[in-house]
Design a protein around this ligand. Structure first.
Ligand code: SF4
Ligand code: SF4
Length: 235
């Protein structure tokens, strides 16, 4: 019903499923039917997505957003004809960019996996509503997207500090923490969406969750070494 419902993940999924182009049509800015003014949110999201596509080597022209009300049939027909023509010119997704199909798939998967993280890092900008449409032209720069990927943060539980209190595992929204009673906790990096909740949740007296940026995450401690032996039981 509303372009405000458009999520980065939807657009990336369409491309992952082989769409050569994605067109989003929404109500004109300032004419949203809802108090949420969802079309501003859609605009920010699409601008960010175009930069992400550019970052992975996909032509951002494959994603278009136009404002068009239900009463503007001729305008809508014009946009659709023009966009179809553009997509035909660009050719099939990947081929037009000279990217191998498997490489493109893995790049799209990589960006899709980072969507929750990207939305957290760019939350302020995504939520902001600019008064002037021109201000959106350079709202997200290629440099800041490069930086975003360069500085992507991973979370790691220090096995020396973890006390197996289980708080982080209970709070993790995607069950990415391998947890058991009296067992040092481990983050499954494949499942982790880098939301940072475990970092916030780990009690300061333990401070076992650390942020890692710009270097690989240490391998998980082997399963047979995860049991925490309480000092009193050692005697
Ligand atoms: S960063 Fe978020 S998703 Fe990842 S392990 Fe911590 S709580 Fe779970
Ligand atoms: S909250 Fe901290 S101490 Fe508790 S299980 Fe998680 S990492 Fe370990």
């Amino acid at each position: 019903m509303c372009t405000g419902r458009i999520d980065l993940e939807f657009i990336l999924r369409a491309f992952s499923n082989g769409s050569d182009g994605v067109f989003i049509g929404g109500c004109h800015l300032g004419e949203c039917n809802y108090v949420t003014a969802g079309n501003y949110a859609a605009l920010s999201m699409v601008l960010l997505c175009r930069k992400l596509l550019e970052h992975i080597g996909v032509n951002p022209e494959r994603l278009r957003l136009e404002w068009c009300s239900s009463g503007e049939g001729i305008r809508f027909a014009h946009f659709m004809n023009d966009f179809s023509k553009k997509v035909k010119e660009l050719g099939p997704l990947g081929q037009g960019e000279l990217i191998d199909e498997n490489k493109l798939r893995s790049k799209l998967e990589e960006v899709t996996k980072l969507v929750p993280y990207i939305k957290i890092v760019k939350r302020d900008k995504l939520e902001k509503r600019l008064e002037n449409a021109e201000e959106y032209n350079d709202y997200f720069t290629s440099e800041e997207i490069e930086e975003l990927f360069r500085e992507v943060i991973s979370y790691y539980i220090d096995p020396e500090k973890c006390q197996a209190c289980m708080i982080c595992a209970r709070r993790c929204p995607v069950e990415a923490i391998i947890s058991a009673k009296n067992q040092i906790h481990v983050i499954d990096q494949e499942k982790c969406i880098k939301c940072g909740t475990c970092f916030e949740a780990c009690p300061p007296k333990f401070s076992a969750v650390t942020k890692i940026s710009g270097e690989p995450v240490p391998p998980p401690i082997p399963e047979e070494e995860r049991t925490i032996v309480k000092k009193s039981k050692e005697k």
